[in-house]
Write a protein that binds this ligand. Structure first.
Ligand code: FNR
Length: 384
């Protein structure tokens, strides 16, 4: 087998090991996928400034995200159906994150539940909340996250209405999956995935089934999910959720300076500049392209996090240089899980860390905290 050297290698192996409908679910964006593609491509339009003849010993890539020590400025992003990339994927990823000293964020739409992850980890993880129409259910999710010891709530604001992903429709991926002979064939030809799946009972949306009103089994889940995302979500919802939760709050899905200003008014602790990995508004600007204007608008008033298109340690550094305190990775760790389970998440981390560390050194820096715009040569064609 050829060596695993970069995130693209994990992706290649995951593509072979994960049934097509689930691999495509991770590897898709909405409609034409132009925003998904731009998230990755736009990083190439940021050039680093090389420095020489400076002491590059004793380097540090550790920092903090909302006051929490992190060994690298990354967190694992919330991803729905993570446990379909590899059985018990959320538990494996949360355990890896604990071992690596980075935050793990559990999605509302995860396979393993809040309680499943809490039972198998010691470090507090973060919980991502979607605002549903059923406010009692939203409150019960917050209660459960609090009871499980979650140390931050990540509130996603960019999914009031679900973006359409052509690959999922073509593959017949519904929630929950309704298995056709084509799907069974895809699974039968994915023996590593099947072997792991055969060992677990956690195969449905366990935050929801058995918890939401009227959703006692898989068959009730489909229509419930379709109706639940709240198209009336407003800033006042953010405020009552903040009050009800009472702990650190991170607002996810900010792509406009005006929304960033609104976010500050809610008293949130951080925002994530994000377009949902290009899965919602196709045609929106890439996250990295809007990061500078959001930093300019609110960077001195709130901690800014970033996600979308991080595929290397260099990308993390570029986001950091442009003002992000840390970056979330979504697909890179899903590819790691699909390829090698928990070891794959470790591999992803090692790849990103090595790339980041070497790049930092070649930029003439020893401490990631000191990196900023002065380490960039140009941003989208404009010299810094
Ligand atoms: C996501 N994302 C996401 N976001 C969220 O708030 N709740 C969720 O349940 C999901 N689900 C989800 C599933 C899959 C398969 C992907 C790829 C993404 C978005 C995610 O948190 C993050 O914003 C992006 O993944 C970041 O982009 P990259 O790192 O995947 O390029």
């Amino acid at each position: 087998m050829s060596p695993v050297l970069e995130i693209a290698d994990l992706k290649r192996i995951a593509r072979r090991r994960v049934p097509k409908l689930f691999f495509d679910y991770a590897d898709s964006g909405s409609w034409t996928e132009s925003t998904y593609a731009a998230n990755e491509a736009d990083f190439r339009d940021i050039k680093l400034r090389q420095r020489v003849a400076v002491d590059m010993t004793n380097r540090s890539v550790a920092t903090k995200m909302i006051g929490r020590d992190v060994s690298l400025p990354i967190a694992l992003a919330p991803t729905g159906l993570c446990g379909m990339q590899r059985a018990d994927g959320e538990i494996l990823a949360a355990q890896a994150a604990e071992e690596l000293v980075i935050p793990f964020t559990l999605s509302t739409m995860s396979i393993c539940s809040i309680e499943d992850v809490a039972e198998h980890t010691k470090a507090p993880f973060w919980f991502q909340l979607y605002v549903m129409r059923d406010k009692d259910f939203v409150r019960s999710l917050i209660d459960r996250a609090r009871t499980a010891g979650c140390s931050a709530l990540v509130l996603t604001l960019d999914l009031q209405i679900l973006g359409q992903r052509h690959k999922d429709l073509r593959n017949g991926l519904t929630a929950p999956p309704r298995l056709t002979p084509k799907h069974l064939w895809q699974m039968a030809t994915s023996p590593v995935w099947v072997a792991a799946m055969a060992k677990t009972q956690r195969r449905t949306f366990r935050n929801i089934v058995g918890h939401a009103k009227g959703v006692s089994d898989m068959s009730a889940l489909h229509s419930w999910t379709a109706e639940q995302f709240d198209p009336q979500l407003s800033w006042s919802d953010v405020e009552w959720i903040k009050d009800y939760w009472g702990g650190p709050l991170i607002l996810k899905g900010i792509l406009d300076p005006e929304d960033a200003r609104m976010a500050i008014n809610t008293g949130a602790d951080a925002i994530i500049v994000s377009n949902h990995g290009g899965r919602q508004l196709d045609g929106a600007a890439s996250s990295i392209r809007v990061l500078p204007e959001i930093v300019e608008a609110v960077g001195d008033k709130i901690e800014i996090h970033f996600d979308g298109g991080i595929r290397s340690g260099q990308d993390i550094l570029k986001a950091k240089c442009l003002g992000a305190k840390g970056a979330y990775v979504g697909r890179p760790y899903l590819y790691g899980l699909g390829a090698f389970g928990k070891d794959g998440v470790h591999k992803m981390y090692d790849i990103l860390k090595t790339e980041l560390d070497i790049t930092m050194a070649l930029c003439g820096e020893r401490d990631i905290e000191n990196m900023g715009r002065h380490n960039l040569y140009s941003v989208f064609g404009e010299k810094v």
